[in-house]
Design a protein around this ligand. Structure first.
Ligand code: FES
Ligand code: FE2
Length: 356
């Protein structure tokens, strides 16, 4: 468990050019969590994102930089270089590049060729996460708002997770819309039909601003009617606050990630900020920041949160064997229960089409 960092950086207007065929990858233009802030120190590190090798490092202001790792001189990897005077220095002939990717120093050379530069991605740092914008030269929407990780963080216990999944990005995100699998895979039982409200389609009736900029937002609330458990398990559940009539799930999605709020009736149990970040075409890192609401009892907080954490991890473990072996292109037939997935697909495709 870690504390949440609040460093925020205005994105730099740099370019993200790539040799790979972006459209073929089917990733949407969006903000992705590249890594948790704690995983990037002073030393440059090699990372893989969007099917590319990249280098991540921090400049003199501690701002994260993500750039093409192969030096414009002779192609040495900057990931084994070092940061000198706020610039990344190539290990081979010591050319130095600033955070915009421009070469600013070559030993014994006065006129630096204008082509001496590295392509960089737009980055930002917030909620203890390093974010990277993919798909267009400048971001098309702002970072999601997740105030619980900032203003209200004393009320929550944060846990950061990275889960590696061998599945296409779209599949990992669609799981948030696949209600049929709750009963088949996760063995959940409900006492009646699930009730959905699509928030982005009726936003005028919402009091507060959505946490994601309007056209990049897909939001819904689902009320899941619960059985009232009897006996000892029922009494135990009620003592832990699981005795509600409904479990309520609110999901606020941007094209590759979501803010998930889970509770019972009016009580929040946990909130989660998650990004499905592609390492390559069928390889995803699920980057998650889970905020467990503390019951407010010093003795009870840890066991209560451990129990919920264990339950969530067990649920993900149930999904993994399916994700890791799925071939989505083979699935073509849909039924009425798939309506929410199909709606999401349109939204997702719209953001894939924006990739330049
Ligand atoms: S290869 Fe990088 S400075 Fe020569
Ligand atoms: Fe699932």
């Amino acid at each position: 468990m870690t504390t949440i960092s609040e460093k925020v950086q205005q994105p730099k207007s740099t370019q993200s050019k790539t040799q790979v065929n972006k459209r073929a990858m089917n990733f949407p233009a969006s903000w992705y969590i590249a890594m948790h802030s704690k995983d990037l120190g002073k030393k440059p590190i090699a990372i893989e994102l969007f099917g590319q090798s990249l280098v991540a490092w921090r400049d003199q202001n501690n701002h994260p930089v993500i750039m093409d790792p192969y030096c414009s001189h002779k192609g040495a990897s900057l990931a084994i270089g070092k940061v000198v005077d706020g610039c990344i220095q190539c290990p081979f002939h010591h050319w130095r590049y600033d955070s915009s990717g421009k070469c600013v120093y070559i030993p014994d050379v006065e006129n630096i060729p204008p082509m001496a530069r590295q392509t960089t991605y737009v980055t930002a740092e917030r909620y203890g996460c390093i974010w990277v914008w993919y798909g267009t030269q400048t971001p098309l929407f702002s970072l999601p708002e997740f105030p619980s990780a900032e203003d209200e963080r004393d009320n929550y216990m944060p846990v950061r997770e990275v889960t590696k999944v061998n599945t296409p990005l779209q599949e990992a995100i669609e799981n948030a819309f696949d209600y049929c699998h709750l009963t088949t895979v996760h063995k959940m039982q409900f006492s009646g039909p699930l009730q959905f409200t699509l928030l982005h389609e009726q936003h005028s009736v919402e009091q507060s601003e959505p946490p994601i900029q309007k056209d990049a937002w897909f939001g819904y609330v689902c009320k899941l009617p619960l059985y009232r458990r009897k006996g000892i398990i029922g009494a135990f559940s009620r003592a832990l606050g699981f005795s509600a009539e409904f479990s309520t799930v609110r999901v606020d999605l941007w094209p590759n990630g979501f803010i998930f709020t889970n509770g019972t009736d009016d009580k929040v149990i946990y909130k989660e900020l998650a990004s499905a970040t592609p390492v390559a075409e069928n390889k995803i890192n699920l980057m998650r920041l889970v905020l467990y609401k503390k019951p407010g009892n010093f003795l009870l907080d840890r066991p209560y949160i451990s129990l919920i954490h264990w339950r969530i991890q067990a649920t993900i473990a149930e999904d993994l064997p399916i994700w890791n072996t799925i071939k989505p292109s083979a699935g073509k037939v849909h039924v009425k229960n798939d309506w929410l997935i199909l709606k999401f697909r349109k939204f997702y495709q719209n953001w894939v089409d924006k990739v330049e």
